[in-house]
Design a protein around this ligand. Sequence first.
Ligand code: NAD
Length: 249
Amino acid sequence: MLLKDKISIVTGAAVGIGAGVAELFAQHGAKVFLVDIDGPGCEAAAERIRSSGGSAVALQADVSNREQVKASVDHVLASAGRIDVLVNNAGIYPRQDFLSLTEAEWDQMQNINLKSIFHWCQLVLPAMIARRSGKIVNMSSVTVFKGTERLSHYVSTKAGMIGLSRSIAREVGAHNVHINCITPGAIKTEGEAVVHTDPRVLADLQAAQCLDRRLLPPDVAGPCLFLASALSDGMTGQTLNVDGGLVMH
Ligand code: NAD
C-alpha cells in the first residue's frame, strides 16, 4: 500500500500506460482521478478499478485545453481537498516526415504533449506547495536519447518535457514538491498498435532490447508508482529510463 489514501490524478488513463498506472495506483490504496479526452473509455477504466475494489473517478477533459484542465483540478480539489500525485501521461504520436510536417501538425503535437504539462503543473503546484507535499511524474520517451525518424515533432515535446521538469524541480524543491520523468521504450499499448502495424518493426524493436519480450503497461506503472511514492523522496528533476535495455546512457 505505497499510496494509501493518496489523491492521485492520471491523465490519458482510458487505455494503455495511463490505464495501467491508474490500476496499480488504486491497488496501492490511492484514490485515483482518471482524466481522458475519451469520456466513455475513461469511465470504463474507472469502473474496472471500482469493480476490483479500488477508488476511481473518471473526468473527461482535453489536456491541451486550459479551461478543461482547470475544471478538472478544481473538481479534484473541491471533492478531495488536495492533490498528492499528478501523472502527466496523455499524449499522441502520429508519424510524419519532418519536411512534410505542417504547422498545424506541429502545433497540435506541442499543445497536447508539452503545453499540457505547462497547464497541469501550473494549476496543480499551488495546492502542492501550500501543503509542502507533492509528486509529479511526466511521461517522456526513450526517443529523446536516440532520435526517431518521422517523429521530430513528437521527440521535441518529449525532450522539452525533461527540460521543463528539471527547471520546475529547481523552483519547487524547497517546498518539498518532487517532479521527475519516465522515458518508456516500446510499450505494447492500444496507441502503439495503431502506429506499428508491421510485425517486423515490432520484432526489430524487441531484438534491440536486452530483455527478449515486449514491454507492457505494468512495466511502466511500477517505476511510476516508485516515483509517486515516498520510496523516491530523495529524487527530483530526474529521468528514469524504462525500455528493457534498449539504450544505456
Ligand atoms: P495510448 O494511445 O494507448 O493512450 C493514450 C491515452 O491518452 C488515450 O486514452 C487517449 O484518449 C488519451 N489522450 C490523447 N490525447 C488526449 C488529450 N488531448 N487529452 C486527454 N487525453 C488524451 O498511448 P500509450 O502508448 O499508452 O502512451 C501513453 C504515454 O506514454 C504518451 O505520452 C506516450 O507518448 C508515452 N510513451 C508511449 C510509448 C509506447 O511505446 N507506447 C513509448 C514512449 C512514451
